[in-house]
Design a protein. Structure first.
Length: 239
């Protein structure tokens, strides 16, 4: 387990709080994910910024920091979605605080490895539109807020498929409500072009057992960065 000096906090952190091994080069120049997603922090995080293909939910802008592997994956995904479905803009919610630590409304998001990504939506006529806020959906794909927007099965499946094929970020999990997981898998099974990815997606997509159902966003988590598994997993004995 992590020593007391590595426990989560929202305050500014420094290399002096790390075990000796991680205070030296090359770790002293790297972005570090320290501890578990629900009990950790980060150093030298990269800030996600909005672009033509990526929008950050307004209230999430102060919490747009993460490990570079996560941030670069989000940029990459946004560009790929825009190429595959012209005009698509990826909506991103919370990542982590600049130095990690507890974040209101989340049990995790503490060590720079988590990101909330909004669902793609359509209007009442099935035409793809871009949302600037997270919208919750029921099993029929209808917005729970009565706005009339619909869950875009096609683009949301393309998004999952891109994550499945992304080997650079080493995605660990994608959390989503079980009724939307079923909807996506059923959509893909019915289409030969997507059917080959169903088995992988069925392992990849899951609803957390001890948290909210995630019916208004995907929660993406990357694995511990290369060379940081001991620090990132919380098994560091002390400084």
């Amino acid at each position: 387990m992590l020593c007391a000096s590595l426990q989560s906090s929202a305050r500014q952190r420094t290399d002096d709080e790390l075990p000796e091994k991680y205070r030296k080069y090359p770790f002293s120049t790297k972005s570090l994910s320290v501890g578990l997603p629900n009990a950790g922090w980060q150093l030298r995080a990269k800030k996600l910024k909005a672009s033509a293909n990526l929008w950050i939910q307004g209230k999430s802008v102060p919490y747009s920091y993460g490990h570079p592997s996560l941030v670069l994956m989000l940029y990459r995904t946004a560009k790929q979605m825009a190429r595959q479905t012209k005009g698509s803009v990826l909506l991103v919610g919370d990542l982590s605080r600049e130095f990690g630590g507890p974040l209101a409304g989340h049990k995790s998001h503490q060590s720079g490895r988590d990101a909330d990504v909004g669902f793609f939506v359509t209007d009442t006529h099935g035409r793809p539109i871009n949302s600037r806020r997270l919208v919750a959906f029921d099993a029929a794909g209808k917005a729970r807020d009565g706005s009339g927007v619909r869950f875009d099965d096609y683009r949301n499946w393309l998004l999952v498929q891109l994550w499945l094929k992304d080997e650079r970020a080493a995605l660990e999990h994608v959390f989503v409500a079980s009724h939307l997981r079923r909807r996506l898998l059923d959509f893909a099974r019915a289409r030969p072009a997507f059917r080959g990815y169903v088995e992988g997606a069925s392992q990849f997509l899951r609803q957390p057992t001890n948290g909210l159902p995630h019916d208004d966003h995907f929660h993406v988590r990357i694995a511990c960065p290369d060379g940081q598994q001991e620090l990132c997993s919380g098994r560091v004995a002390g400084r």
